[in-house]
Ligand binder design. Structure first.
Ligand code: ADP
Ligand code: MG
Length: 603
């Protein structure tokens, strides 16, 4: 048992969210209910159908009781015409029942699917608002599991939850009343079993839900692991580590199995217990009922009807039991959905944010300090910097010195810890995020290309741009020639992340994308550092064209490319150590000169 516990490492699967919160069943339901609001008429119709089918189902014992009692006490009244009428009545009831069942299954499920769609949409929209900081700590595989498989159970849940509880509630109440009307003492004895049964169900259900949540989490982990292995497949293969990946996967898969076993352990216990109570109720009715018969306290017709009623009651209890697993799955999905919905995006529009207008591209850093985590050290401390519109600023310095971090503050990928970053004199936190980012272009070392065509990837710079504009942007980026030489030109599929292109080609497509966007402020973060000399030369030309007439921050590790910059900043762990033009800094004979001569020697 200890080994089992060890394997599962319960603590690894947080039953709480990142804020340490757990959500009670009541809270989950309370927060789920509003999703029904748009479909209220459908829901009401669904419940109406449920009520109809329930009534039809409950009618049979009444009819049987009527017929048997008639047969015993008033046989002459039981004529063929009476039987025909009873048959017709029952036929009508079953037709209504069939139609009701059809509507419930069809429109009820569609309503569930619509709710699932709404939730999925909302979740995706919410994920889009979460910031770099969130994604730096998140696993995409886990997030994907939440948006797809976790929500799959919501359809069934949304449809069945109100319906099943409604039907069960009606049936139990009606059966209780009818059973009471047939025989009071027998009913009281039979129903005495119910409270104990409910208590047991509740206990088992809690365990089921916990283990369910853990196995859900593990599915997310498997997803994340598969994603990692597959995205890194080139590294895996080049290091010949297929075996290691397989082992990691097997481990995750084994954990899942262990959790599932635990889940089914509780589920098995739950089902067996409810079944046991089911039998117990039947036993009570059978033995007590027979004793009552023996003493003449109940007539045979009533006894048969009574047994039939107890059966309908038990089927509805059994249905609830079967539904319990679905219920837990749905609740787990909703729980995991809410975990993400409760993540507050940390970078959002302030209430008084204004759009950027006529951006010139003047950037100021006023006493800016920044650290990634509250308890981590400062990456940037008291940075002051003024950049005129149209100036070309180069940032150099040791790796990890904070160059990327500094540039990330301009489009608000992160917010400053203290001080402020201003665009044309306005604090970037007072500008509308969307508007701010649409005025800033970023080219990184490794730009993400979407799986799709070349055209679609460039168009991303300005969705809806005409083909002519896209081709013009590609020409400016020096990409037109190689694109035209591709098998389908601009309509060539470039594979996931652009794997079918060379590094230089990918980079030129990303540059074309920024040309199309045409932003006044540009950040080039080691845009050429992943390229070979020949591609670097070509890409550098494209970048020089792109830089014209814009405020540009160039982070470069090849110092030759930045000799022409208006100003060069040397950023070290202690802040901006030196700044000036190339000639000034060489003449100064400081860090820059040292870096430069080291670099020249290497060449
Ligand atoms: P540079 O671009 O100059 O090489 P960075 O700005 O990328 O340096 O990183 C500066 C420091 O901040 C490094 O020590 C790095 O480890 C840390 N850092 C970078 N990104 C993050 C992050 N998302 N979370 C926490 N620390 C980070
Ligand atoms: Mg960097």
């Amino acid at each position: 048992k200890a080994a089992k516990k060890n394997l599962i490492e319960r603590t690894r699967y947080p039953l709480t969210d990142s804020h340490g919160r757990t959500r009670s069943t009541r809270e989950l339901l309370r927060r789920f209910v509003p999703y029904f609001r748009p479909y209220l008429p459908v829901l009401i119709f669904d419940l109406f159908c449920a009520a109809l089918t329930t009534i039809c189902e409950l009618a049979l014992p009444v009819i049987v009781r009527y017929v048997t009692n008639l047969a015993q006490y008033n046989l002459s009244a039981l004529t063929v015409s009476v039987i025909v009428r009873i048959g017709l009545l029952y036929l009508v009831l079953r037709i209504i029942d069939t139609a009701g069942a059809y509507f419930m299954a069809n429109i009820g499920h569609v309503m569930g699917a619509r709710i699932e769609t709404d939730m999925r949409r909302e979740l995706f929209a919410h994920l889009q608002t979460l910031s770099f900081r969130y994604y730096a700590n998140a696993k995409v595989g886990q997030l994907m599991a939440r948006i797809t498989s976790d929500l799959f159970d919501v359809t069934e849940f949304a449809h069945h939850c109100p319906e099943e509880f409604f039907i069960a509630g009606v049936k139990i109440a009606v059966s209780f009343v009818i059973l009471l009307s047939v025989n009071v003492p027998l009913t009281l004895v039979t129903f005495a079993v119910l409270p104990i049964m409910l208590l047991c169900c509740y206990k088992f259900n809690r365990r089921m839900r916990e283990t369910f949540k853990e196995s859900r989490w593990q599915v997310g982990e498997i997803n994340a692991q598969v994603e990692d292995s597959l995205l890194g497949i080139r590294v895996v293969k080049s290091f010949a580590q297929e075996e290691t990946e397989q082992q990691k996967f097997d481990e995750g898969n084994r954990r899942w199995l262990a959790l599932k076993k635990l889940n089914y352990f509780w589920m098995g216990g739950f089902q067996a217990t409810t079944r046991g109570f089911d039998g117990l109720m039947n036993l009570v009715v059978l033995v007590c009922g027979s004793l009552f018969l023996l003493r003449g306290a109940i007539v045979p017709g009533d006894f048969v009807a009574y047994l039939l009623y107890v059966q309908t009651l038990l089927t509805s209890i059994r249905r609830i039991v079967e539904f319990a697993e679905q219920f837990q799955r749905g609740m787990t999905g909703i729980d995991r959905f809410l975990e993400i919905m409760d993540e507050q995006p940390d970078i959002t529009d302030s209430p008084h944010a204004i759009p950027c207008e006529h951006v010139r591209g003047e950037i100021d850093f006023d006493d800016v300090s920044f650290s990634y985590e509250d308890d981590a050290g400062e990456v940037l401390g008291h940075i002051n910097l003024h950049v005129d519109a149209g100036q070309n600023i180069a940032i150099v310095g040791p790796s990890g010195g904070g160059k990327t971090t500094l540039c990330n503050l301009i489009p608000r990928f992160y917010d400053v810890t203290s001080g402020s970053v201003r665009l044309d004199g306005t604090d970037v936190r007072d500008l509308q995020l969307h508007s701010l980012r649409s005025h800033i272009g970023v080219v990184q070392q490794d730009n993400y290309l979407f799986s799709g065509t070349v055209l679609h990837n460039i168009e991303y710079g300005r969705p809806g741009a005409s083909r002519e504009d896209i081709i013009r942007a590609a020409k400016l980026a020096g990409a037109h020639e190689f694109i035209s030489a591709l098998p389908n030109g601009y309509d060539t599929f470039i594979g996931e992340r652009g794997v079918k292109l060379s590094g230089g080609q990918k980079q030129r497509i990303s540059i074309a994308r920024v040309f199309l966007k045409d932003p006044p402020v540009l950040i080039l973060d080691e845009a050429t550092s992943a390229l070979d000399n020949e591609s670097e030369r070509i890409v550098q030309q494209s970048l020089d064209t792109l830089a014209r007439g814009r405020t540009v921050f160039t982070i470069a590790h090849r110092l030759t490319t930045i000799r022409g910059a208006d100003r060069i900043l040397v950023l070290t762990a202690d802040g901006i150590a030196e700044q000036g033009t190339h000639d000034e800094l060489i003449a100064k004979g400081g860090i820059y000169k040292e870096l430069y001569s080291m670099y020249s020697d290497m060449r």
